[in-house]
Ligand binder design. Sequence first.
Ligand code: HEM
Length: 325
Amino acid sequence: MKKLALASILLALVVIVLGAYTRLTDAGLGCPDWPGCYGLVGVPMTTETIEAANQAFPERPVEVEKAWNEMIHRYFASTLGLFILIIAGLSIFKRKATEPLKLPLFLLILVCFQGALGMWTVTLNLLPAVVMMHLLGGFTVISCLFLLYLRLTPYQLPMGNGNMRKYAKYASLGIVLLVIQIALGGWVSANYASLACTELPICQGNWTDNLAFEGAFSIPQAENYEFGAHPYYERMTMHIVHRFGAIVVSAYLIWLAFVLYTKANSNLLKKLGGTIVVVLFVQIALGVSNVVYSLPLTVATLHNAVAACLLLVMVMTTYTLYRKV
Ligand code: HEM
């Protein structure tokens, strides 16, 4: 079960990266139906199948490359679903007394819901709230898988360092802040607001006069949300909020890492403190590069993957601080 959990974590990371790649190559509607693509298990490739697909979906003619991006994401996501089903099955029928049961079952429900969010992403034409929740769902799945892996791993902590346990609630708060920041990033991405601010550190021009919070966090009426439906100042506002969020989260995580590094006498906790800072700085550098180099595909995809890694480091830190034996 532990090996399967580890394989599922790696697979979940691949699915997250493929999801970001699909979103960033504007391939979210590469297949306008679900679960098939223009009604097929694969992508229409021959003249006949393409003609039939174009007749069935005249509003969205086939673009083979985008369709493949979307379908490859779906194949990997379905395999992940299968892995989680097997984990849940094993934990019901072959579980050792010490192994968790509720977590695998929760994961199974979660991955089904995540599949439904994937379907609504397509059927609701990239409705930003659904796209953002789909991103958060992916991050929740990988976090729960990682938690399962940690629970299956015997390691003793905080190694006589009970005085550190009081910081567990601060680490939990770190996770909450980080998840909010990830949701804000997802909101920027889902609303195509990535290039709304092209200057550092905050935004170009007299941005303070044009903030539009209410509009930025509501959803305008639209038939289709591909390429965004918000006016410019609302996109600018969401982008700015993500940047301020980065400042708050970074300050908090650096403080937490500093406490772990200086106060813990467990090597693992010290290492976790150091890892938080390193991963955080990589993430900030990628965010800044997104702005400076106008959203290169690799950088934007990595900004998503490293956000997932930062979350996993925080999950491990928090779990380590809470764990009794
Ligand atoms: C703790 C720090 C940060 C975290 C956890 C974080 C996380 C995220 C996440 C999860 C996304 C969504 C990616 C996607 O949908 O594929 C995102 C998008 C974005 N972030 Fe950050 N971010 C951080 C800091 C920054 C900073 C400092 C900047 C710039 C100065 C930045 C700029 C952006 C931009 C431009 C996008 C939109 C990219 C896109 O359309 O995919 N981020 N962020």
